[in-house]
Design a protein around this ligand. Structure first.
Ligand code: RET
Length: 255
């Protein structure tokens, strides 16, 4: 990687604009959540603010790395085609997607073991996605993509069934915020594997810059959009100290 003609700086990088826009929006989101979080006193609300601030914060660093040419490498695929790989995306996702699931898990009030199951499937999805991206044999890329997609379906099951069942036992504000964020997550996360498949790492239907615009929009919505809805919800803020952990119906342990 060191002796390759590595592009220093971002002049001429095809995806510079979406990467720069992504970095700015994620950076602003981080600052906004951070400032909000400083004023929060309730311990549970503070925990949500901490997790939710880390998410765009980590992604900001990843976008900056890609923009400045650090988180990028070239992979030559069998047949001679060379694709520019933004591996920093995966470094971002391996931390931020579990943190998003932690937020959803805390909201639904699931136990640690359940949350661990969802996070493990999610991490497996990101790692196999990275293997798909770095593989040199085209068929193997699709095989790894399919393995990652199976792991993704496991995450979907956790969200739709396990976490949703747990959220039903919480108060109305919490359940409704959970459902909104769960649906947002399901819709946005589903686009990622499709975008990957259509993009330069899959069928090559999208140019590198169009691909980067799509990922930037998805990342900002899935992190900053998600955080805005969560931290402004009543489930976290106004009545966070109210007995919202009191189950509505007969329920298992809160967390
Ligand atoms: C890959 C390719 C392999 C198969 C699948 C993928 C899914 C990625 C997802 C990423 C979500 C990222 C988010 C980031 C920040 O908020 C790795 C593209 C299923 C779902 C939400």
């Amino acid at each position: 990687m060191w002796n390759a003609p590595v592009q220093l700086g971002f002049d001429g990088r095809p995806a510079a604009l979406p990467l720069a826009a992504g970095a700015v929006l994620l950076g602003l989101g981080t600052l906004y959540f951070l400032i909000r979080g400083l004023a929060v006193e309730d311990a549970r609300a503070k925990r949500f603010h901490l997790v939710t601030t880390l998410i765009p914060g980590i992604a900001f660093a990843s976008y900056l790395a890609m923009l400045l040419g650090f988180g990028v490498t070239d992979v030559t695929i069998q047949g001679g085609e060379t694709v520019e790989v933004y591996w920093a995306r995966y470094a971002d996702w391996i931390f931020t997607t579990p943190l998003l699931l932690v937020d959803l898990g805390l909201l639904a009030g699931v136990d640690r073991e359940t949350l661990f199951g969802a996070v493990a499937a999610d991490a497996f999805m990101v790692v196999t996605g990275l293997v798909a991206t770095l593989s040199r044999v085209r068929t193997y890329r699709y095989v790894w993509w399919a393995v990652g997609t199976l792991a993704f379906l496991t995450v979907v099951y956790f969200l739709l069934v396990t976490l949703t069942d747990a959220a039903r036992r919480r108060d109305a504000a919490r359940e409704s915020t959970f459902r909104t964020l769960r649906n947002l997550t399901l819709v946005l996360w589903t686009v990622y594997p499709v975008w990957w498949l259509a993009g330069t790492k899959g069928a090559g239907l999208l140019s590198l810059s169009v691909e980067a615009v799509g990922f930037a929009v998805l990342d900002v919505l899935a992190k900053v959009g998600f955080g805005l809805i969560l931290l402004r919800s009543r489930a976290v803020s106004a009545d966070a100290s109210a007995p919202d952990s009191t189950p509505r119906a007969s329920a298992g342990p809160a967390e």
